[in-house]
Design a protein around this ligand. Structure first.
Ligand SMILES: [Zn+2]
Length: 98
């Protein structure tokens, strides 16, 4: 899927159509090492026994997922507020220049 970087759309804060800059949501933050869930996970992994989560889709007969959900962020050029869109499913995603 290809999308343009700038688009005119309705801003609910300005209550009118303004120019929005489109960007893709990317999660870069790691999970907290001291959170209860990660401590629990480490405790389980420590001794005997296998991995505590079910095997990935790859090893099952159902095959691998081929699409990924892309969340787009629209930043208003007037109030600089960001509105996220509902994720679209796409195999490939890229921005194109107009
Ligand atoms: Zn706005």
């Amino acid at each position: 899927m290809k999308k343009v970087k700038e688009v005119r759309r309705y801003c609910k804060y300005c209550r009118k159509h303004t120019l929005h800059k489109v960007s893709q949501l990317k999660l870069t933050r790691k999970r907290g090492a001291l959170k209860l869930s990660s401590r629990k996970f480490e405790r389980i992994m420590k001794g005997y026994g296998g991995f505590p989560r079910p095997k990935t889709m790859k090893s099952s007969r159902h095959g691998v997922k081929t699409t990924k959900r892309v969340t787009l962020l629209y930043k208003c050029s007037e109030c600089n507020r960001i509105t996220p869109s509902i994720g679209i499913k796409a195999k490939k995603f890229s921005f194109v220049e107009k």
